[in-house]
Write a protein that binds this ligand. Structure first.
Ligand code: ADP
Length: 248
């Protein structure tokens, strides 16, 4: 059956701005939930920079069955990305209504079937696609990703207010790119500052689900199309993702 009618839970991963690790969190959160035994779908709705196919090393295309688009299966997840439908080498220059239409088509035409959870990687910020998704799925919970930095936190605060105004509960904050440790046990170096996630959590009353360190292997895993949770399950970043997946 096409659409999300048989999807139990929708978790939308959002951020105030680009480059904070939203996609990385969406991927590893989906994998963490799958590792707990749930049936999980992953929707790449980041229309301006769909990077999930690359970060998961997917080279196949989804097939059409009648009117429905069948998700690609990888690492135990059902995956659909707007990246499957656009030319990777071309910049995506879409106007608002086109973006909204594409996102709606995704939600309605993908044959997700029965799922315990659908994780949605939203575009950064508070533009059209984020609003369309929030409006289309009033029950979608939002998890916000921020870096520990004050500027990122200010953007996230704005995004939180938008989702709340639209009626989507913001159920958790994930702080990414926290302290870098040059060696196990070494003192962390706070490249992007410290404490932003905790401060935001205190201010908004939204729980901080966890803090992911800056981890070169996490970047390498994304570039290699082999997520860290699969490649290095004992890495501190993988363990942090596992703990976050337990709270969602
Ligand atoms: P966004 O979706 O917010 O634009 P991405 O998940 O694409 O961000 O991450 C941006 C880049 O930063 C990617 O190359 C990713 O591998 C890397 N990255 C994300 N989180 C971390 C981290 N904790 N440590 C090191 N690199 C990271």
């Amino acid at each position: 059956m096409a659409g999300i009618g048989q999807v139990e839970h929708v978790v939308a991963v959002a951020s105030g701005k680009g480059g904070v690790g939203k996609t990385t969190v969406a991927i590893n959160l989906a994998l963490g939930l799958a590792a707990r035994g749930f049936s999980v779908g992953l929707l790449d709705a980041d229309v301006y920079g769909p990077s999930i196919p690359l970060m998961l090393g997917i080279s196949t295309e989804p097939v059409r069955e009648g009117d429905a688009l069948v998700p690609v299966e990888k690492f135990g997840l059902l995956i659909m990305s707007i990246g499957f439908l656009v030319d990777e080498a071309q910049p995506v220059i879409w106007r608002g209504p086109m973006v909204s239409r594409a996102v709606k088509e995704f939600l309605d035409q993908v044959a997700w079937g029965r799922l315990d959870c659908l994780v949605v990687d939203l575009p950064p910020g508070t533009g059209d696609p984020s609003i369309t998704i929030a409006r289309s799925i009033p029950a979608a919970e939002v998890v916000m990703v921020t870096t520990p930095q004050a500027v990122a936190v200010a953007d996230v605060r704005r995004a939180i207010h938008l989702f709340q105004r639209l009626g989507n509960p913001v159920t958790g904050i994930v702080e990414n790119m926290a302290g870098f440790r040059a060696a196990p046990g070494a003192a962390p170096i706070d490249i992007f500052g410290a404490g932003g996630g905790e401060a935001l959590s205190r201010e908004t009353g939204i729980p901080l689900l966890g803090s992911i360190p800056i981890e070169p292997e996490l970047r390498a895993a994304g570039d290699a199309g082999a997520p860290i949770l699969i490649r290095s399950p004992d890495n501190p970043a993988s363990l942090a993702f596992g703990r976050i997946a337990e709270q969602v």
